[in-house]
Design a protein around this ligand. Structure first.
Ligand SMILES: Cc1cc2nc3c(=O)[nH]c(=O)nc-3n(C[C@H](O)[C@H](O)[C@H](O)COP(=O)(O)OP(=O)(O)OC[C@H]3O[C@@H](n4cnc5c(N)ncnc54)[C@H](O)[C@@H]3O)c2cc1C
Length: 162
């Protein structure tokens, strides 16, 4: 027997919440790489008037927004990891960090591809791979809807909806 009799579900949840911390760390790194690739490209690429496309706010603002969201997810994830190390509850922090990180990493990969235009679709520039990889984590290992269900019941005290 692994674990304790009749305590398996709670013990499994501890493992799954821990997995979310690891997933979020990977997502923050994926998002940061997508941003770096976009920024590097936007500094170099000049269209029409000799100015790099990275000088336009239309390109800068979404990238800046995603940087801020990834940083928030990273910090919340560190809080989850710290709680885990200190044997404190960490389900809410790990779930919320994964929610924000998966959305921000997906948005960063999407924007990275957009910044690169047609080149973003080619394998050499990697944005297409990051775009597909980041998308997975909006529903795995737990979907954003189930995280919102968790927050609704555990953090907000609302009745369980399912
Ligand atoms: C490439 C890949 C690798 C994976 N690796 C692993 C792994 O290593 N270990 C593992 O355990 N799992 C793994 N999974 C499974 C993954 O965790 C599940 O796909 C994920 O949890 C969603 O479950 P589901 O696919 O059964 O979707 P469903 O449960 O069928 O849900 C479908 C959709 O309905 C929504 N939904 C369902 N119920 C509600 C509700 N009450 N309220 C609102 N929305 C709801 C969901 O959020 C989702 O968007 C992997 C999946 C993929 C694609």
């Amino acid at each position: 027997m692994i674990g304790t009799v009749d305590g398996g579900w709670a013990e499994l949840l501890d493992i799954l919440n821990c997995e979310r911390i690891v997933t979020t760390a990977g997502l923050v790194g994926t998002g940061a790489l997508a941003l770096k690739l976009a920024v590097d490209y936007a500094r170099e690429r000049k269209v029409f008037n000799g100015r790099p496309i990275g000088s336009y706010q239309g390109l800068q603002f979404p990238l800046a927004q995603q940087w801020a969201e990834l940083e928030a997810a990273r910090l919340l994830n560190l809080k989850a990891a710290s709680n885990f190390d200190r044997k404190l509850p960490f389900g809410s922090e790990s779930n919320a960090a994964k929610l924000i990180a998966s959305q921000a990493a997906s948005a960063a990969a999407e924007q990275s591809m957009q910044v690169m235009g047609g080149m973003g679709y080619s394998k050499e520039f990697h944005a297409e791979r990051l775009w597909r990889d980041a998308r997975l984590f909006r529903f795995a290992p737990v979907s954003e809807e189930m995280i919102l269900n968790y927050i609704s019941t555990v953090n907000l005290g609302l009745p369980r909806s399912y």
